[in-house]
Design a protein around this ligand. Structure first.
Ligand code: FAD
Length: 476
């Protein structure tokens, strides 16, 4: 049975943020008997941050488990993470998140989350990722419903702009002029991806005189402005990560500035070729399975002139990838496709002809790292290389879509925020605000929610423990 709330008006635990990490923290703290207040910057209709846009969670499992097929061992998950981050990860924290992913779903189910098997398609995720029935929006709604039932106080349109700290300890949070005290605090207010000015500063001006970030779209919420991240860094909290590292996807160039979500992602890159506005290829489209590569393509496009590129496929690719929300440009000839996309026709034809001539015959299989490769081509295409030769042809103009940034607060497995290496006694951090401890660069699909769930739950438990210890010692 849920412990009763204690009498005082001041909550034991203050949770700042309203996405998955915040809700996991709030639920765990409340289950541990603490009274909890959650402050969400967004209005109720927009609650849930980027978590509301998600679809799945990457999970370790040693044998088939409900919606997950086969096995995905701790070691394989770790090796995947090691590979995508190029070693820029903290092994202890990564392994903790991986182990936690194997047993969090029972707890999630108890709070009303339902799972479903992955849909068939090109994402190769049925073994590794558990999909939320109804997507992230349904997950968020379930967590809010459960939190309300358990007596977590929730306030919307409550953006915290600063904290009062004493020697690294949390004292109070401010929403404008309102001062809110609590015995401990969990920060789960996302990255700074929605803050276009900060992105502009971080990316700077390139050698072509462009400000690349001016051409980025933000795939998720507009509310992750990084206000508290900036405030904490200015207050001396230890940072982790690099401001230009982020989960960045190639999205349809027609996507809106915010909240385009999953349906604007262009998922046919590994099935065709990608050229920049000079009609030149610039990266191996078939380097690895798409879930391990999709999150680098936004960054690759960001480095191209005009921050634009064109994903080109032919009829053979149709039905093999998640269809995007907007139809692609369609043409019956490659020349006409180049013309419609505004590409230089001779340059485009030269690129496609060179690519087609370099494709070696192989056994095409999009479910494995197959032997369809190019030979003598720079850059090569190392899997799924097939000539672009079957009409109709399709092209999608793509631009960089920022999912979330990796610059965050340094922490360890306790989730305590650190000031000059010293752990705060009552200030904890979870989710995107600390994901850079695990993700120095790169990404593998579903690990954002694994990180948010694991460290959100720890942060909530820790915050409750500290708050309740303080109370029983009569120190507040
Ligand atoms: C389109 C899209 C699809 C994605 N799909 C997946 C997926 O399938 N699987 C996966 O693992 N990851 C996915 N991700 C990444 C995933 O969303 C994040 O890793 C994860 O949701 C982070 O959770 P969080 O709670 O830290 O942040 P968020 O869910 O973004 O929550 C941050 C919250 O903080 C609030 N906030 C911000 N500033 C303040 C403030 N000053 N005061 C109070 N509140 C504040 C925001 O309103 C928001 O509610 C996706 C992201 C996007 C954008």
């Amino acid at each position: 049975m849920m412990p009763a709330q204690r009498g005082s008006r001041e909550p034991d635990v203050l949770v700042i943020g309203g996405g998955n990490a915040a809700l996991c923290a709030a639920l765990m703290a409340r289950e541990a008997g603490a009274s909890v207040l959650l402050l969400e910057a967004a209005p109720r209709a927009w609650r849930g941050g980027n978590s509301a846009h998600t679809r799945n969670l990457r999970c370790m499992h040693d044998a088939p488990q409900d919606v997950l097929t086969e096995a995905y061992s701790q070691e394989e998950f770790w090796q995947d993470l090691l590979k995508v981050t190029g070693g820029r990860t903290d092994e202890a924290m990564a392994r903790l998140a991986i182990r936690a992913s194997s047993h969090c779903r029972g707890w999630m189910r108890r709070h009303g989350v339902h799972f479903q098997p992955s849909l068939s398609g090109t994402l190769h995720l049925s073994r590794t990722n558990a999909f939320f029935m109804g997507g992230g929006k349904a997950l968020i709604n379930a967590f809010y419903r459960s939190a309300e039932q358990l007596g977590v106080q929730i306030r919307y349109e409550a953006p915290v702009d600063r904290l009062a700290l004493r020697d690294g300890a949390f004292v109070a949070a401010f929403v404008g002029s309102e001062r809110i005290t609590a015995r401990s605090c969990v920060l789960a207010a996302g990255g700074f991806e929605s803050n276009r000015e900060w992105l502009r500063q971080a990316w700077g001006q390139n050698a072509r005189g462009e400000w690349p970030a001016d051409n980025f779209a933000i795939r998720g919420t507009r509310f992750n402005q990084g206000v508290l991240l900036r405030h904490l860094l200015d207050a001396g909290a230890d940072p982790i990560g690099d401001a230009t590292q982020a989960h960045m996807v190639a999205i349809d160039a027609r996507a809106p500035l915010y909240d385009g979500g999953i349906c604007t992602r262009i998922d046919c890159v590994s099935l065709g070729l990608v050229v920049n506005r000079d009609a030149q290829r610039f990266y191996d489209e078939g380097e690895d399975f798409w879930p391990k590569r999709y999150a680098i393509w936004g960054r690759l496009v960001a480095q191209q002139p005009g921050q634009i590129a064109y994903s080109i496929i032919d009829a053979k690719a149709l039905g093999r990838f998640m269809p995007p929300v907007f139809a692609g440009t369609r043409a019956d000839s490659l020349e006409d496709l180049a013309r419609q996309l505004g590409l230089d026709i001779p340059a485009f034809m030269q690129t496609v002809n060179a690519f087609n001539a370099a494709c070696r015959p192989g056994q095409f299989n999009h479910q494995v790292l197959d032997d369809c490769v190019t030979q003598g081509l720079t850059p090569p295409k190392t899997h799924w290389a097939r000539a672009i030769d079957t009409a109709p042809f399709y092209g999608y103009a793509v631009k960089p879509g920022v999912t979330f940034t990796y610059l965050g607060l340094k922490t360890d497995t306790s989730t305590a925020v650190r000031f000059a290496g010293v752990a705060s006694p009552n200030l904890f951090v979870a989710g995107e605000m600390m994901a850079g401890n695990v993700l120095g660069q790169g990404y593998t699909a579903g690990v954002g929610m694994s990180i948010g769930t694991a460290f959100g739950r720890i942060a909530g438990t820790q915050a409750a423990q500290v708050a309740m210890q303080e109370t029983s010692l009569g120190t507040t």
